[in-house]
Design a protein around this ligand. Structure first.
Ligand code: HEC
Length: 434
C-alpha cells in the first residue's frame, strides 16, 4: 500500500484518539468524581490530569472488569434503574482507547471545569422541616463496633407526610451504613432504648416482637444511607407517613479505619407541602430460618411478599452479609408470568445498593415478589469469616440475613397492610432459584 494511503487511514484514527481534556475528564467528572474527590470514600481524587495520570493503567483495568464504578446489577437482566452508575460500552471504549494511546492530556485550556461539588439534586432547595443529628458518635481507630441505636421522639402535633428524607454524612469513610426507621406509637422495636441516647441493643431485643405485631405496626424504613449514596425522591405526589406519636430510630453501623473521629451525621426531613396522592411504604420480606451448613458453596434461601392489594413498586434493596453470593428479585403475576427485576451475580456486602426503578411497576392483587438469595459458606469465599460454622440469622456480619427491602406506593388513604410475607430455606427449585 502506498505510504500516502497508509497516512490517510491513520489520520482519522489519530484525530479520534481521546484526550484527558476532551472526552475523558467529562466521563470521570460524571461517573467517578462523586466518590473520587476529597472527603469522599474513594481512596484517591480523580479530578485533575495530575491526579488521574498515575492511575491510568489501573483505571483501564477496573473499568474493563466493571469493578468501577461499583454497580452490582447485571445490566442484561431485569429492569432499568434511575441511579444506575455503570459505564456505557462507549464510555468504557473511550477510557480504554485513551489509556492505550498513552493517556495524553490534550489541550489543557480545553479541560472542563471541576465536577459539580454536589450532584444535581431533585430534592427541595428549602431548609428541612426537621433535622435529626447524631449527638456525637465516638469511632475509635480500630476494633469492631456493635450496631448502635438512637431513638428520637418526634413530638409532632398531628400525623405528618414526609416528602423527602436526606442524609448528610459527616465522616463517610467510617460510616458502613445507617438506616432510619419510623417507629409508630405502641411498637415493640428497641422499646427499651432511652430517647436521645446512643444505645446498644442485644440481638434478642432487636428481633423480639409481639406475636400480633405486623412489620408495618413495628417499624418502617424511612431512609437508608450506604456508600455511594445519592438522595432519591420517591416521586411526585408521593410521601411517607409519620404518624403522631412516632419516633425515628437510627440503626447505625460504623467501621473504624485507623483514625479516631467523632461523627455527627444528620438526617434532614422535609414535610410535604400538600397532601400526597400516594403513600410510600417499605415492605420487608425476610427468611429468618437460615441454617447454612459449614462449607456449603451454594445455599439457597427465599423470602417473598404476596400482595393483597394493588401496589406500585418503586425500589428494591437486597440485603445479605459476608457469605452472600448472589441475589435475584422476580415479580410473579397472578397469571403465572414471571418478570426478572434484578440480578446481582456477585453480591458484595460492602456495596449495599438500593435500586430505584426507572419505571415504577404496577403489581395487581395476588402478585408475588420473590427474593432469592444464595450463600457461599465454603473456604473459597474470600470474605467468609469462618467456613466451619453453621450460620444462622443475626445482625452481625458473621451471621447472615436474607432481607429484600421493597418500597411500594399505595393510595394515600389505603390500609397499609398490603402484603403477606414468608421466608423459606431450601425452596423447591424454580427457574428463579437456579
Ligand atoms: C460509589 C463510589 C465510587 C465511584 C462512583 C467510583 N469509585 Fe473507584 N473506588 C471507590 C472505592 C471506595 C474504592 C476503594 C475500595 C474498593 O476498591 O472497593 C475505589 C477504588 C478504585 C480504584 C482502585 C484504587 C487502588 O487502590 O487500587 C480505581 C483505579 C478506581 N476506583 C477508579 C474509578 C473510576 C475510573 C471510576 C469511574 C469510572 C470510579 N472509580 C468510580 C469508590 C468509587
Amino acid at each position: 500500500m502506498p505510504r500516502w494511503l497508509v497516512a490517510l487511514f491513520l489520520l482519522p484514527a489519530a484525530a479520534q484518539t481521546p484526550s484527558y481534556s476532551g472526552a475523558v475528564s467529562a466521563i470521570l467528572a460524571r461517573r467517578c468524581a462523586t466518590c473520587h474527590r476529597p472527603g469522599e470514600i474513594g481512596p484517591m481524587p480523580l479530578t485533575s490530569y495530575a491526579e488521574v495520570r498515575p492511575w491510568a493503567k489501573a483505571i483501564r483495568e477496573v473499568v474493563l472488569e466493571r469493578k468501577m464504578p461499583p454497580w452490582p446489577a447485571d445490566p442484561s437482566v431485569g429492569a432499568r434503574f434511575l441511579n444506575d452508575r455503570s459505564l456505557t460500552p462507549s464510555e468504557i471504549q473511550t477510557l480504554t482507547a485513551w489509556v492505550d494511546s498513552g493517556a495524553p492530556q490534550g489541550q489543557p485550556s480545553a479541560a472542563p471545569a471541576a465536577p459539580p461539588s454536589e450532584p444535581a439534586s431533585p430534592l427541595p432547595a428549602r431548609k428541612p422541616d426537621l433535622v435529626i443529628r447524631i449527638p456525637s458518635y465516638p469511632v475509635p481507630a480500630s476494633g469492631t463496633l456493635e450496631y448502635t441505636f438512637l431513638v428520637t421522639p418526634t413530638n409532632l402535633p398531628a400525623d405528618t407526610w414526609i416528602s423527602a428524607a436526606v442524609w448528610k454524612i459527616e465522616h463517610r469513610a467510617v460510616v458502613h451504613h445507617i438506616n432510619a426507621f419510623i417507629r409508630p406509637p405502641g411498637s415493640s422495636y428497641v422499646a427499651a432504648a432511652p430517647p436521645g441516647q446512643l444505645y446498644v441493643a442485644s440481638a434478642a431485643e432487636r428481633s423480639a416482637r409481639r406475636p400480633d405485631e405486623t412489620e408495618v405496626d413495628r417499624r418502617e424504613l424511612l431512609a437508608g444511607y450506604e456508600p455511594g449514596y445519592r438522595p432519591q425522591p420517591w416521586g411526585p405526589g408521593r410521601a411517607k407517613l409519620l404518624r403522631r406519636g412516632s419516633a425515628v430510630v437510627f440503626e447505625m453501623h460504623y467501621t473504624p479505619n485507623g483514625t479516631p473521629v467523632a461523627d455527627h451525621s444528620e438526617l434532614d426531613i422535609y414535610f410535604a407541602s400538600a397532601p400526597p396522592r400516594e403513600r410510600v411504604l417499605t415492605i420487608t420480606p425476610a427468611d429468618a430460618n437460615l441454617a447454612i451448613p459449614p462449607g456449603d458453596p451454594s445455599y439457597p434461601s427465599q423470602a417473598s411478599a404476596t400482595f393483597t392489594a394493588p401496589v406500585t413498586l418503586v425500589s428494591l434493596q437486597p440485603h445479605m452479609h459476608l457469605r452472600g453470593k448472589s441475589y435475584r428479585i422476580d415479580a410473579v403475576f397472578p397469571n403465572g408470568r414471571r418478570l426478572a427485576l434484578l440480578s446481582v451475580p456477585h453480591y458484595d456486602f460492602h456495596w449495599q445498593t438500593t435500586f430505584f426503578l426507572a419505571h415504577p411497576l404496577s403489581l395487581p392483587t395476588g402478585a408475588v415478589i420473590e427474593c432469592s438469595a444464595v450463600y457461599d459458606n465454603s473456604p473459597n469465599n474470600p470474605n467468609n469469616p469462618d467456613p466451619s460454622k453453621t450460620v444462622t440469622w443475626g445482625d452481625q456480619s458473621w451471621d447472615e440475613m436474607n432481607i429484600g427491602f421493597l418500597e411500594v406506593a399505595i393510595p394515600a388513604a389505603a390500609n397499609p397492610n398490603v402484603a403477606v410475607l414468608s421466608g423459606t430455606t431450601r425452596p423447591a427449585p424454580t427457574s428463579a432459584s437456579r
